[in-house]
Design a protein around this ligand. Sequence first.
Ligand code: SF4
Ligand code: SF4
Length: 200
Amino acid sequence: MFKFLQQVSNYAKHTILAGQYIGQGLSVTFDHMHRRPVTVQYPYEKLIPSERFRGRIHFEFDKCISCEVCVRVCPINLPVVDWEFNQEFKKKELKHYSIDFGVCIFCGNCVEFCPTNCLSFTEEYELSVYDRHELNFDSVALGRLPEKVTLNLMVTALRELVYLPKDVLNPHGIPADEHRAGLLPSEMLEQAREDKDDVN
Ligand code: SF4
Ligand code: SF4
């Protein structure tokens, strides 16, 4: 009889514990239902890179004095500075300059130490290619300015994760009714329906 009562007591304890665990799990689920979605609908939405973002390097050919400081400070001697000595003007003349972004670790040494500031980081991070040799940018490709996320009419720029409100470090902490730079997927659908109705 005592053994039976002990079994019933154990069963009841485990039932209560199971109920507690289910309650804990559901509390996490309900907590998430009150949060705003933070998933970026790439490529229709893009995050605005931070001000000191280390994206693809921009190079200004006219400013370069072929000093090769960028090569010496680079941990892998990556930049290729191809110059010739101009006998007439007694100075170096830059012919070609290139950086292979398939190898670059974006440490920023070359940008930091260039004496003429002809190197700078851009906010471009979409560097995926089919052939890795395409990531070897010559001076023409390096001189191209990147397209700003905020100026691209085809993309909704989002401020989350980089431009959070003051004292908020976690995007989950933003109330659902806080102003949002972009539309939620449900709002996009709603807007698309309205646009369609207007056309009809
Ligand atoms: S960012 Fe760093 S690794 Fe890339 S080229 Fe400059 S110094 Fe070299
Ligand atoms: S450090 Fe600057 S100026 Fe000197 S070679 Fe490199 S890019 Fe040109």
